[in-house]
Design a protein. Structure first.
Length: 317
């Protein structure tokens, strides 16, 4: 049986079903596929959510300091998980005032997300910047074939952006950073955006994830396989030991369903993990970067230290 519904190919079907059946969890990356992209955009643009605007404001203020380190050279701007393109607009607007020329490429698992980002960037009139996109699952492996082609056909240096707290969402953060590291040369740079941990005030962090627009976004995968929101309830907690938000769907009644030849039976009280969102601080991030072959070159925060941007560079072997 071929792939069905929102999943794009047999590999995604297998990964999704193995995680759901074998580990009682769904990788967050699948929530961005097809109509999930629209749900994400509705969430990020909701005035009560705020994290997207928070990061974009920080990005706008930090870019002069970031380019003070990386230099005002011509770069291929590689946007890993470009969202709706608003932060890319901020980056490209600044880059064009300094270097005049740049090449922009968006990378994402979701064609719908890429279409939205490039459509918006063209509407924002980022003239003079050539743009393209490639579907990439950066959790699966390196994408050096893409980055090498960029160096050959455009500019010799790549400037990567991994924004939107994307580094906090995969189950294996080390693997993701290693995949990115293996796609870089030592003259490249990476900027990471992440929500910072304040363990003395986890209530503020939890509030972002308890909003109805966030819950609607997170439920996309369950709805797509036939599980109704009325079959259970969302539970949100902060795991202080792992320094991460965890969102689970707890069934309030028994549910049996079949999807892609697999039978799922859930009893009242069973839970499915829908989201983890890791919250770090400078010390923890330095350790993560060290393990995965990076060195930190800059650390920039907003005034209340709730959000950070990290500039890093690959280390020599």
């Amino acid at each position: 049986m071929g792939p069905r519904g929102f999943l794009q190919n047999e590999k995604q079907v297998s990964e999704f079903l193995t995680a759901l059946k074998g580990r009682k969890g769904i990788p967050l990356k699948f929530v961005y596929l097809e109509d999930g992209a629209k749900n994400w955009d509705a969430m990020i643009e909701n005035r009560h959510y705020g994290l997207g605007r928070l990061e974009n404001d920080l990005l706008r203020s930090a870019l002069p300091r970031i380019f003070g380190v990386v230099g005002n050279r011509r770069y291929n701007i590689i946007d890993i998980g470009p969202g709706n393109g608003k932060k890319a607009r901020t980056i490209l607007t600044y880059v064009r005032t300094k270097t005049k020329l740049a090449y922009y490429i968006g990378l994402d698992i979701s064609q719908e997300m890429l279409n939205m980002a490039l459509r918006n960037l063209r509407l924002y009139r980022c003239h003079g910047v050539a743009m393209s996109s490639v579907i990439i699952d950066f959790e699966q492996g390196n994408f050096s074939q893409v980055t090498r082609k960029l160096r050959q056909e455009n500019y010799p240096r790549n400037l990567f952006f991994l924004l939107g707290n994307t580094i906090g969402n995969p189950f294996d953060k080390d693997r993701v950073l290693t995949n990115i590291r293996e796609s870089m040369t030592i003259s490249d740079y990476l900027v990471i955006g992440l929500e910072l941990a304040d363990l003395s005030n986890t209530t503020r962090i939890l509030q972002h994830y308890q909003q109805p627009v966030v819950i609607s976004f997170i439920l996309f995968c369950l709805r797509s396989v036939g599980i109704k929101p009325s079959d259970g309830k969302i539970e949100v907690r902060f795991n202080k030991l792992k320094s991460q938000i965890e969102m689970r769907f707890r069934f309030t009644r028994s549910v049996h369903l079949e999807y892609e030849g697999e039978v799922f039976k859930y009893s009242k009280g069973d839970r499915v993990l829908l989201l983890i969102s890791y919250k770090s601080d400078r010390v923890k991030m330095e350790g993560l970067l060290e393990r995965t072959g990076f060195r930190m070159r800059g650390f920039y925060t907003n005034p209340d230290n709730s959000y950070g941007l990290i500039l890093c560079q690959p280390k020599r072997y």
